[in-house]
Design a protein around this ligand. Structure first.
Ligand SMILES: C[S@@+](CC[C@H](N)C(=O)[O-])C[C@H]1O[C@@H](n2cnc3c(N)ncnc32)[C@H](O)[C@@H]1O
Length: 351
């Protein structure tokens, strides 16, 4: 285990520039070069310290906190409430994927297993930690706008504060990557096609990208769920607000096509149905439905406040009234609602 706090300082390994470690300090230095708006604080702190501290100066609104680095880019909070929701969501997806962290055919052979793994928008970093344990020969990097990841992590994992919508970093760990992973990154990206094109460019030939994303709508195999259903309407509002905020979600059902257009081959798609509520018969589906209903309920205020207020022009009071109806709809077993979860992966051709 190893501490990855931003205040850690690493340096070039003695006389071995090939093994240069891309450290948080180096990252801050390089960011400073392209960010003219970062200047020393009034106490004449040095610039690195100033930027390091500013990423912790979270924006507070609606009784929640939001990321400070590239403030305003992401509209969902970064507080404990949201992290607990993410942790529960992680457990649910583990059940859904039968304990697997990924579906791409990554080799476990020590000679051919991935050496460089990137987890974009890592959140609490739980996936990255488990991936680093599963692939001890790999260097894993998890990036996010918020420095909310744990400090004690496997020695082959580090976290970096980075905006995936901006130009990706340089440095050896950011090129010839074996596997790039995205999970629950909806409402994060301005252009999914562009994310895939950049990921394609940064992969080594033969490397994989995998996206695991919900399409943020509800369906039923019984009968079409009408838009008068408050939960269906809430998801429509989410997609609408996200589009206005230039963080469109509509691409998720079309990810497979976007992978192909970006140049990936052997593109595979698996679409899971995650029940909302404990209406299914089977034990596993019932358990997932219960967990997912709770997860959606826990996420409602965090996903709604900033997006609805800033982009749908609704007051906090109006949002709270809407959420009362949405919570009621979450308990409706009759519609047998489910959400779709897309897992798509593709390989960069060898030649
Ligand atoms: C819903 S969380 C999911 C986290 C994690 N992937 C998981 O599955 O639990 C979305 C994360 O994306 C991060 N994020 C949003 N926009 C981003 C951006 N432009 N660059 C990097 N991270 C971003 C947020 O800070 C948040 O931690």
């Amino acid at each position: 285990m190893n501490s990855n706090s931003p205040s850690d300082s690493h340096s070039l390994r003695d006389g071995d520039s090939d093994k240069f470690e891309f450290t948080f300090e180096f990252y801050l230095d390089s960011r400073r070069r392209i960010e003219s708006d970062v200047s020393p604080g009034p106490e004449h702190r040095d610039e690195t310290q100033s930027l390091t501290e500013s990423i912790y100066e979270y924006h507070k609104e609606y009784g929640r906190t939001y990321h400070a680095y590239r403030a305003g880019s992401y509209h969902v909070p970064n507080d404990v409430i949201e992290h607990e929701r993410q942790e529960n969501q992680y457990e649910l997806i583990k059940i859904l994927l039968d304990g697997r962290l990924y579906l791409a055919p990554l080799s476990k052979d020590p000679v051919r297993s991935p050496r460089k793994i990137l987890d974009l928008a890592t959140g609490t970093g739980r996936w990255a930690v488990e991936m680093a344990d599963e692939f001890p020969h790999a260097q894993v990097i998890g990036t996010d706008l918020s420095p909310v990841q744990p400090e004690l992590v496997p020695p082959n994992l580090r976290f970096e504060i980075d905006d995936g919508n901006e130009e990706w970093q340089d440095g050896p760990d950011w090129h010839d990557i074996d596997y790039i992973h995205f999970r629950f990154t909806v409402v994060s990206w301005a252009d999914w096609g562009q994310m895939l094109r950049v990921a394609f460019e940064r992969l080594r030939p033969g490397g994989y990208v995998e996206m695991q994303e919900p399409d943020c709508d509800i369906f039923s195999d019984n009968a079409e769920i009408p838009i008068t259903n408050p939960l269906k309407a809430w998801f429509r509002d989410l997609r609408r607000a996200a589009a206005l905020a230039n963080r469109p979600i509509d691409a998720v059902p079309h990810l497979k096509q976007l992978f192909i257009e970006a140049g990936f081959v052997d593109v595979q798609e698996k679409v899971y149905k995650i029940p909302i509520g404990d209406w299914p018969r089977g034990r596993k589906l019932k358990q997932m439905g219960r967990l997912w209903r709770q997860n959606v309920a826990d996420g409602l205020p965090g996903f709604s406040y900033a997006l609805w207020n800033k982009w749908l022009d609704r007051s906090r009071e109006q949002i709270d009234v809407q959420l009362v109806e949405v919570r009621k709809a979450l308990s409706d077993k009759k519609s047998r609602a489910y959400e779709r979860f897309f897992v798509v992966w593709g390989r960069k051709p060898e030649i």
